[in-house]
Write a protein that binds this ligand. Sequence first.
Ligand code: RET
Length: 275
Amino acid sequence: MIPNTDSIAVALPMALDPAVEQTLSDPLLSASLWTMIAVMGFSLLLFVYMGRNVTDNRVKLIFVATIGIPAVSIASYLGLVSGLTVGVVDIPGRGESVTLWGRYLTWTFSTPLILLALGLLAGTNRAKLFTVVVFDVAMCLTGLAAALTTRAIWLRWTWFLLSSAFFAIVLYILLVEWPRDVANKSPDVQNLFNRLKYLTVVLWIGYPIVWAIGTEGIALLGTGVSGLALTSWGYSLLDIGAKFVFAFLLLRFLADEPAGVTETAEREPSVAPGD
Ligand code: RET
């Protein structure tokens, strides 16, 4: 039997949907992505330079987690400009709409790094770190599901609510649990933790707001390419604060290896000599 070559010809070249191509060619939208590749590329080099003299293992761990943030981000934005992680969804009542779904996917990898860095600074324990990362990843994946759901609008918002519930757990750990853990650290560490905590909480709340008023939600920012460009700029500007400013403040402090951070927080049961 001769295979049906028609279907093979359709499947193999994986051409971009014309709507995706048109969206990515828009100067305002494409600037919202390329600017971030430049900002994150610069951050990556700067952060590696800032960490060149770090010797303490605990500080190194926070450095590596933080340097991972722009590294993941570059890949995320490259996926978007390549059209690899951009698609078309048919939203009931609104018709076809382009979605930059790669953002929600890659947050799954970048946001745990932000939380890891902050949790390690606070000197929290493994159980809380694990909890925050699990619910953060759940938040990102259900946010991705919200953006890709086409069966009904109410189902998109149901995913949104589920994701918001997971987000509430992350906020609880940030605002209630970690401040308790950081209380026995030096005043300098506490000050920095507080600044980073507020920066994170305020900016992170901006993401679901952009989702809700942007092209994934009620499209208050406009429909079509202009709405997408504004939505994309919304996320990109939040990213500059939540990733670059966050990481810069943290690493500037850590580069001198302050004593308050180097000591280990996880109290392992000590084994007396001779046991
Ligand atoms: C979504 C939509 C569904 C509801 C909620 C969301 C929250 C997203 C957040 C994203 C943070 C991203 C960051 C990225 C940096 O790399 C998924 C938008 C609650 C909080 C900080």
